[in-house]
Design a protein around this ligand. Structure first.
Ligand code: ADE
Length: 250
């Protein structure tokens, strides 16, 4: 089985790329797709760039050009729930596009002509991803990230949650903006900019998907400081640790 692995930014998947063997790289448009072996699995890895169009386009190329049979999206997100702290991990149960509104022609958030607003992730993959993330969080994190860096982010024992993720073409950096999104999605766990677009592509092609997100910021006025710090220091280590465990389970 060939597995597609995506991240929005180079830094989120850099260590995964460095762990790949027998790499063949090919450019389609502006993006490079790396095929090869990762932890003994046949994978295609690509950096999508930010946002829904970029990620949907990358997912489509993975499906059409590389015939991947499943997609894993790995990256960071802004917390949308009080209990979620920087360093905690969310595995998506469902994803929604919080900036999609074709009302009054279609209900708000519904994808026109698909007739749904929420995309469910694959149940088996979700279970595997939760187990992979829990193993990383409870036993392995300190072998991937040094103790000074962990304390810099106040990370001790990260928690793993499953739940709703909302995606939109907007970096959320104020409590007011976040509150507006949460009004319609009170159970929301986190916000990001790609997952629901990839979920729509996977739904349209009937391909299983899992989305793994680590909290890099709280989608508030500190997000512009917390997000780049997290990306530069720990995001790639999280992806490596969790995806290594996940590939072992599928
Ligand atoms: N990804 C990580 N943090 C985010 C935020 N605050 N808003 C949107 N996407 C994000």
């Amino acid at each position: 089985m060939r597995i597609g692995i995506m991240g929005a930014m180079d830094k989120e998947v850099a260590l995964l790329l460095s762990d790949m063997k027998n790499i063949r790289s090919e450019k389609i448009g502006i993006r490079t797709y790396h095929s090869g072996s990762l932890y003994d699995k046949d994978v295609v890895l690509a950096v999508s760039g930010w946002g829904k169009v970029a990620s949907a386009s990358t997912a489509t190329a993975m499906l059409i050009r590389y015939n991947v049979e499943t997609i894993i999206f790995s990256g960071v997100a802004g917390s949308a729930a009080d209990e979620l702290n920087i360093g905690d991990i969310i595995i998506a149960c469902q994803l929604v596009q919080h900036d999609l509104d074709a009302s009054p022609i279609f209900p708000k958030y519904q994808v026109p002509l698909l007739g749904i607003s929420h995309f469910k992730t694959d149940a088996k993959l979700k279970k595997a991803a939760i187990s992979a993330a829990e193993k990383f969080a409870s036993n392995e994190i300190s072998s991937h990230i040094d103790s000074n860096t962990l304390s810099e982010f106040n990370i001790t024992k990260p928690k793993v949650y499953e739940g709703l993720i909302a995606s939109g073409d907007k970096f959320i950096s104020s409590s007011e903006e976040l509150a507006k999104i949460k009004k319609d999605f009170p159970d929301l766990k986190c916000v990001e900019m790609e997952g629901a677009a990839v979920a729509q592509v996977c739904y349209e092609h009937n391909v299983p998907l899992t989305v793994v997100r680590v909290i890099s910021d709280k989608a508030d006025s500190d997000a512009e400081i917390n997000f780049p710090l997290f990306i530069s220091k720990v995001a790639s280590q999280y992806s490596r640790g969790i995806i290594c465990n996940l590939l072992d389970r599928i």
